[in-house]
Design a protein around this ligand. Structure first.
Ligand code: HMH
Length: 220
């Protein structure tokens, strides 16, 4: 259960911001079928570049996990690294299907800002507690956003259902819940200043995710 869960308390405390990240006009427009396909293609190509950076980030979380005395979370995080290999192939296939040339894409400013945040976790001083919380938050925003697009009553265009299933599936939800349990267990045993840093990282993820949807929606 989520009782006494630090992360669940934050989701409530920052509920408004969480909703801005997970019910953003961009993903809501997927769900109601009014999505502008050029915006979708921009998101697709930018997110491919994001995921390439995300591989290094998840590897840094794995490394911090392996340095813990209790590294029982290793398999879960390693599974996350492994699934990103499949995800990169998926992006390449999807891009080809939409006629998007990934080789000619450069990251836009909000994406670069997110890259810099992810890269900051390479510092060994950043604790495992903050890193695993950040990992959980990043995955959960996508799970919740795309899960909403396949919930009852959706008018999601059929050609976008594959994308929504990727992050909105029951399996991905279970994976996010597993990450949440790990984060809550680590946070329950972490010093107060570390918990504070993890909370700040959670808020930062929400800001960066909102910025990423904004970047994807913006015309031109
Ligand atoms: C911007 N956030 C962004 N892209 C993703 N692919 C995820 C989260 C989930 O992996």
């Amino acid at each position: 259960g989520v009782e006494g869960s630090t992360t669940a308390a934050w989701m409530e405390r920052y509920q408004q911001m969480y909703e801005r990240a997970t019910r953003h006009p961009f993903t809501v427009s997927i769900r109601d079928g009014t999505i502008d396909l050029s915006a979708f293609k921009r998101w697709l190509s930018q997110d491919y570049l994001f995921v390439r950076e995300f591989v290094a980030f998840v590897a840094s979380v794995l490394l911090k996990c392996c340095k813990q005395e209790d590294n029982s979370d290793m398999e879960t995080i390693l599974g996350g690294v492994a699934s990103l290999s499949d995800e990169l192939s998926w992006f390449k296939n999807e891009a080809a299907r939409w006629g998007v040339d990934l080789a000619s894409i450069s990251p836009l400013e909000s994406n670069l800002e997110y890259h810099r945040f992810l890269q900051s976790f390479n510092e060994p001083e950043i604790s495992y507690a903050v890193a695993i919380t950040t990992f959980w938050a990043i995955e959960t925003v996508y799970q919740d956003s795309f899960g909403f697009c396949i919930e009852e009553g959706n008018k999601t265009p059929p050609e976008l259902l594959g994308t929504c299933q990727r992050w909105g599936s029951a399996d991905f939800k279970l994976y996010c819940q597993c990450l949440q349990r790990i984060a809550d267990r680590i946070l329950a045993n972490a010093p107060a200043d570390t918990v504070k840093s993890a909370e700040e990282a959670f808020i930062r993820v929400l800001e960066l995710e909102i910025g990423f949807w904004e970047m994807s929606s913006c015309r031109s």
